[in-house]
Design a protein around this ligand. Structure first.
Ligand code: S3P
Length: 180
């Protein structure tokens, strides 16, 4: 691992529906870390929901808020950070996270993502006449960014508790995780 990095936190990146928040909450419990979610931090600051931010102010404004939230985490420690699915597409965010976090990507294939996200309405980017095509298109465009993570864990066929224990194990391997 790059010596310039000061790994104090764990960041989960990955597409919508890969389980970042659910897995992150459990990993935080196991590591005795605090759990934060960039989408929730944005909603707290804005006082409105993500779909409302998209419809009232547009995606560009949402991405600006996302960058601010990431920058605001730089001095924190003992956090598990679940990130919004598109956050990694801005290289400044990845650079900022890598400075203090082990970056773990949760991966899933388009079909798995569709099965997990269909019927949900809180993701404005999937509000599309052809959400399956949209998932494939976004995933293709973002794959190179997800691949910049330190570790990639496929969630397609693994039970969630196994994903949790793999993530926790990988973080402990850095020597930073509490052994409690
Ligand atoms: C987005 C993913 C969402 C949320 C926003 C945009 C994306 O987060 O940040 O709707 O660009 O993929 P989740 O990945 O937690 O659903």
């Amino acid at each position: 691992m790059d010596a310039a990095r000061d790994i104090r936190n764990l960041a989960l990146v990955g597409f919508m529906g890969t389980g970042k928040s659910t897995v992150g909450r459990q990993v935080a419990r196991d590591l005795h870390f605090e759990f934060v979610d960039t989408d929730a931090l944005i909603e707290d600051q804005a006082g409105v929901s993500i779909p409302e931010i998209f419809s009232q102010s547009g995606e560009e404004e949402f991405r600006r808020m996302e960058r601010d939230v990431v920058a605001g985490l730089a001095q924190r420690e003992k956090l598990v950070i679940a990130t919004g699915g598109g956050l990694v597409a801005d290289p400044a965010n990845v650079e900022a996270l890598r400075a203090h976090s082990l970056v773990v990507c949760l991966w899933a294939n388009p079909e798995t993502i569709w099965q997990r996200c269909r019927g949900q309405t809180h993701r404005p980017l999937l509000n599309d006449p052809d959400p399956q095509a949209r998932i494939r298109e976004l995933l293709d465009a973002r794959e190179p960014y997800y691949r910049q993570a330190d570790i990639i864990i496929s969630t397609d066929i693994r039970p969630q508790r196994e994903v949790v224990s793999q993530v926790t194990h990988q973080f402990r391997e850095t020597g930073r995780g509490s052994q409690k």
